[in-house]
Write a protein that binds this ligand. Structure first.
Ligand code: PLP
Length: 397
């Protein structure tokens, strides 16, 4: 099928929840993808921070093939070796003692919110309030949406779940004022990724943890977007000298295969007992095998180092661009999640870049977001900058 045929079929038969660009991607390798008409693109979107290993990483492909020939799915009524091994690997590399597997970021966040409430319920404490951040994003299911501090995500789906409230990100005073003896958890992305890229200010996450401890509330970090090596460490929290009680993962967790996870320390995780929570597909053999291969590759193939090195190079190149183009007002980020504010309609830039063979993405009204695979090279960055600069100069003039 051609791009045109696939677009027609999509329009006819797929629910209209996505505003899609007029191409259909059919193949990928490393930092490149190809559309149905054979056109090549340099991919700085990576499935929205999913394909951290690049497209079709051979180790992930191999693990999926091997597992698919052995066992694709069995129920969580039985023990599943790849699930147990993957949980162990995640615990070895994080603060956590236990993992609950889900299939997406929203589901992982649902599990986190349920666990926080169940934890206090099991202690006989009347705490159920969840405080999250303005401008946050936690997913589209009812609880994840209620935790998402964006009116535009919630509009039309009211009444929202009760007992969710929001405070501005990077404002410890507002958080302190909002915390009460009814607060079960404070939930935050260590770096806000979905509505512009906003890193925490110095000491903010540490202060957040201290306030939670003082108030007796749990701290949930949503690392769905910034986890799995994206900031240069396997998990972003490692760089801020702070440990959450619960952490959620998805996106890059299983090398492109759908998977989410909620990690917690033993004390908190103990509140989930048989029957508390479940998922038919959560931790299935196929996703778990892909996850094992993906995490091992991130660690063994030097991708954290590459993320830091090429991330610094990308930041420098964008900074050079900012100095020569006044329409660029700010650059924010860490490792290979970078946002660039620009006073030109972002959508037009993204479309023109696509026409020239570069995929980038726009988040918020005026922020371009760069989230390439962690395998990206400095040569890829140079090519991206050259294409982007050309497009911006055309748009600015
Ligand atoms: N949390 C964060 C920080 C995200 O960026 C996203 C998706 O963009 C989600 C949760 C939701 O993940 P999913 O789309 O897999 O449900």
């Amino acid at each position: 099928m051609t791009n045109k045929e696939i677009i027609a079929l999509t329009t006819e038969s797929v629910a209209g929840t996505y505003r899609r660009f007029p191409i259909a991607l059919v193949r990928g390798e490393g930092t490149r993808v190809w559309d149905a008409d054979g056109k090549e693109y340099l991919d700085f979107v990576a499935g929205i921070a999913v394909c951290n290993l690049g497209h079709c990483h051979p180790k992930v492909v191999g693990a999926i093939k091997e597992q698919a020939e052995k066992l694709i799915h069995v129920s969580n009524l039985y023990h599943i070796a790849p699930q147990a091994e993957f949980a162990r690997l995640l615990c070895e590399h994080s603060f956590a003692d236990k993992v609950f597997f889900a299939n997406s970021g929203a589901e992982a966040n649902e599990a986190a919110i349920k666990l926080a409430r169940k934890y206090f319920h099991s202690r006989g404490e009347d705490r159920f309030q969840v405080i999250s951040m303005e401008r946050s994003f936690h997913g589209r299911t009812m609880a994840a949406m209620a935790a998402t501090g964006q009116k535009k995500v919630q509009e039309g789906f009211e009444p929202l779940l009760e007992k969710f409230s929001y405070v501005p990100f990077n404002d410890l005073r507002a958080l302190e004022a909002a915390l009460s003896e009814k607060t079960a958890a404070v939930m935050a992305e260590p770096i806000q990724g979905e509505r512009g890229v906003y890193p925490p200010s110095e000491g903010y996450l540490k202060g957040m943890k201290a306030l939670c401890e003082e108030a007796g509330a749990l701290l949930i970090f949503d690392e769905v977007q910034v986890g799995m090596g994206r900031t240069g460490t396997l998990f972003a929290y490692e760089q801020y000298d702070v440990t959450p009680d619960i952490m959620t993962l998805a996106k890059g967790l299983a090398g492109g295969v759908a998977m989410g996870a909620m990690l917690a320390n033993d004390e908190v995780a103990a509140a989930f007992t048989p029957g508390s929570h479940a998922s038919t597909f959560g931790g299935n053999p196929l996703a778990s095998a892909a996850g094992m291969a993906a995490v091992k590759a991130i660690i063994d193939e030097g991708l954290l180092d590459n993320c830091r090195t090429v991330g610094a190079y990308l930041a420098k190149k964008l900074d050079d661009l900012k100095r020569s183009i006044p329409a660029i007002s700010e650059i924010r980020g860490k490792g290979l999640i970078v946002g660039m504010d620009i006073d030109v309609p972002c959508g037009a830039i993204v479309t023109k870049c696509m026409e020239k063979g570069l995929l980038i993405n726009c988040t918020g009204e005026s922020t371009l977001r760069f989230i390439p695979p962690l395998t990206v090279t400095e040569a890829d960055v140079d090519r991206m900058i050259a294409l982007l600069e050309g497009v911006i100069r055309e748009e600015v003039v």
